[in-house]
Design a protein around this ligand. Structure first.
Ligand code: AMP
Ligand code: ZN
Length: 440
């Protein structure tokens, strides 16, 4: 599975992160169903915006890209996204890209322009447009484009190799010093790590055209083989009903989410609560709801642990498999995560399953959902001084000293914990406002 990764000239926004979450769900689902997945995600570390920033900061491109790459990997970790097995960077794979361009040139599909930049001749590749649907694009014969991003739905000859301009980084090539275009990067690196034909290629919907269309053209023209068996694209995250985007300036990052006091995993929950092929409009209010939902899940799991140590019920026969089946059916149905979450909630409220069985079933489901539900066990470790206060309160309650018991409850609350009286005794749980939660 190959995923178009970030262009590391800035912090990823949560729109980008929505796409990486969907790709993570795809990978986790395949693994859950017993497939072995090799996941490759590229890091674009040379590109116009990177060069521009490097020039402005009087730095080299790696001084720009290294910190953003580190930050990206940190964001991925905070969202509990499984790391890819390989993160190839563009600048470390220039020879592979040059080789691919040479092959295209030898086959007559690439030509050198006046400035020694090299272009792909789309008129020579008949199936051009098969991914996006040829009717959706206007083919501009003979016209070409030397930037990586171009006018919507206008097909032109696109650049494979860009001649070095003054004060730009460059690599040696048969066409003189220069650097690769964006599209060739993904063709060369995906085929290097996954072979000429591989199973799954993912990205956001904006990648379909031109990026993925061009990847198909370059790869299939060079190898004469099918490039990818399945293309899977995720829909956009919107804000104010407009696509969230760097250039539009309407974006938030994971840092913003943390600054607002929300869990990064709340964003993961929010993303899972919408189908990956539907647009999702981001609001702080819905993120707040997702944050409470994650917190409540942890609390429910803590309660199950507490109850499980004491209850003497038995799970009704067949119940576990019934839920397992519904969960599996949901994720197998084009990754229906909203439905999978509703199965999870049904399990939690099912009176016919013991607390211990519920816990293990929910943890099984979390292999796909990735909401760090095991974290509940860390949260359930209540410090001794709080436990002592809870025991004291219990004693007072039994002695009918309710006013005193209440003052203890308030003291416990001020330390960041809530007490809930259950038929199995008092259940204590840190509340959302507790400052020093254990690390997830
Ligand atoms: P970029 O760093 O711009 O190449 O984007 C990285 C990934 O994020 C690509 O797969 C894009 O398709 C995706 N992406 C960009 N904007 C959004 C958005 N608003 N919502 C979801 N995914 C997005
Ligand atoms: Zn790509």
């Amino acid at each position: 599975m190959y995923t178009c990764g970030p262009t590391v000239y800035d912090t990823a926004h949560i729109g980008n992160l929505r796409t990486y979450i969907f790709e993570d769900i795809l990978r986790r689902t395949l693994e859950f169903l017993g497939y072995h997945v090799k996941h490759v995600m590229n890091i674009t570390d040379v590109e116009d915006k990177i060069i521009k920033k490097a020039k402005a900061n009087k730095q080299n491109i790696w001084q720009v890209t290294k910190p953003y790459t580190r930050e990206f990997l940190h964001d991925i970790q905070e969202l509990n996204i499984k790391p890819a097995h390989v993160y190839p960077t563009a600048t470390a794979h220039v020879p592979e890209m040059v080789k691919l361009i040479r092959e295209l040139e030898e086959k007559g599909l690439a030509y050198e322009g006046k400035d020694n930049s090299v272009y792909f001749d789309i008129s020579k590749f008949k199936p051009y447009g098969k991914l996006v649907g040829i009717k959706k694009i206007k083919v501009k014969d003979g016209a070409r484009v030397d930037s990586d991003e171009y006018e919507k739905n206008e097909a032109r000859d696109f650049v494979l190799w860009k001649t070095k301009k003054k004060n730009e980084p460059g690599w040696k090539s048969p066409w003189g010093e220069g650097r690769p275009g964006w599209h060739i990067e993904c063709s060369a690196m995906s085929m290097k790590y996954l072979g000429k034909t591989f199973d799954i290629h993912t990205g956001g919907v904006d990648n379909v055209f031109p990026h993925h269309e061009n990847e198909i053209a370059q790869s299939e023209a060079a190898t004469g083989q099918k490039f990818v068996n399945y293309w899977v694209h995720g829909e956009h995250l919107l804000v104010g009903n407009e696509r969230m985007g760097k250039s539009l300036g309407n974006f938030y990052t994971l840092r913003d989410i943390e600054k607002h006091g929300f869990l990064p995993l709340a964003f993961r929950y929010l993303a899972l609560n919408a189908h990956y092929r539907s647009k999702l409009n981001f609001t702080w209010r819905s993120l707040g709801g997702a944050d409470s939902a994650v917190w409540n899940l942890w609390r429910e799991l803590g309660r199950m642990k507490f109850v499980g140590e004491k209850e003497a019920l038995q799970t009704k026969k067949g119940k576990l498999n019934e839920h397992r089946k519904s969960f599996r059916a949901a994720i197998e149905d084009d990754l229906d995560t909203p439905k999978a979450l509703s199965v999870l909630r049904r399990v939690i409220t099912d009176m016919e399953i013991t607390a211990n069985d519920k816990r293990s079933l929910v943890f099984e489901m979390d292999d796909v959902l990735g909401l760090s539900l095991q974290y509940a066990d860390k949260l359930s470790k209540v410090p001794l001084h709080v436990k002592t206060l809870v025991a004291g309160r219990e004693l007072m309650r039994r002695n009918q000293q309710f006013v005193k018991a209440d003052s203890f409850r308030n003291k416990i609350k001020s330390l960041g914990y809530d007490v809930e009286d259950t038929s199995y005794g008092p259940f204590v749980w840190p509340n959302r406002k507790l400052k020093s939660h254990p690390k997830i």
